[in-house]
Structure formats: C-alpha cells, structure tokens
Design a protein around this ligand. Structure first.
Ligand SMILES: [Zn+2]
Length: 115
C-alpha cells in the first residue's frame, strides 16, 4: 500500500526589504541580503547572510573551519567552536536583552557540557 501526500502549502508573499538582494534568492516569504564573507589568513571562511523568514530576521552563518588531522586535536577544536558559538549567541542577544525573553531555552548539541 502506498500513501501519497497532496498537502498544499500556502504562504503569503511578503514585500522585499530595503536590504534584500531582490533576486532569485528571495522567496515568497523569505528575503535574503547580500552574503558577507570573511576568509582569515589561517584558512577557513565564514559567510553571514541576513535573512527575513516570515516576520523574523536572522543572521544565517555558514562556517568552515579547518581542523587538525589528529582526531584528539580536532575534537578539542570542535569543542572550542561550540563554546565560542554559544558565547556568540549570548553576545548578540545581550545587545538587545528582550529579544529572547519569554522563550524557553532550546537545548542543542552539547548543550551545557561545553567548557
Ligand atoms: Zn527580497
């Protein structure tokens, strides 16, 4: 027996923003700014894109960090990345303390156990 899902998704179109690129990367209710890339001399890169999805704006971050070949060192590097990402979230939220007020904390990978 096979089951087919014919659900229809209805999304209301929203207007472009002052900062979105107004091209194919914008969707009906999602608008994307021009990606900003940093590529430090030590290797790797980070791409930050401002995104409006529905009624919320986000910074979408794609991060590529070179890891050491040693599994032990690579694991420590990943732990360090998680630690600093948690600090990054805290620093950004601290700029506008009411941003996440009233929302329950979401638990993620390694939550609470990152040094
Ligand atoms: Zn747009």
């Amino acid at each position: 027996m096979s089951i087919r899902t014919m659900a229809r998704i209805h999304r209301a179109a929203t207007d472009h923003t002052d900062w979105c690129v107004r091209d194919h990367t914008c969707g009906l209710d999602t608008h994307r700014g021009r990606p900003i890339t940093i590529a430090p001399d030590i290797g790797g890169r980070a791409v930050v894109t401002r995104v409006r999805a529905g009624d919320r704006d986000y910074a979408e971050i794609t991060l590529r960090v070179p890891l050491h070949r040693s599994e032990r060192v690579a694991g420590e590097q990943v732990t360090t990345i998680l630690h600093h990402l948690r600090s990054l979230f805290a620093a950004v939220v601290a700029l506008r303390p009411g941003t996440l007020a009233g929302r329950p904390a979401r638990r993620g990978i390694g939550s609470g156990r990152v040094a």
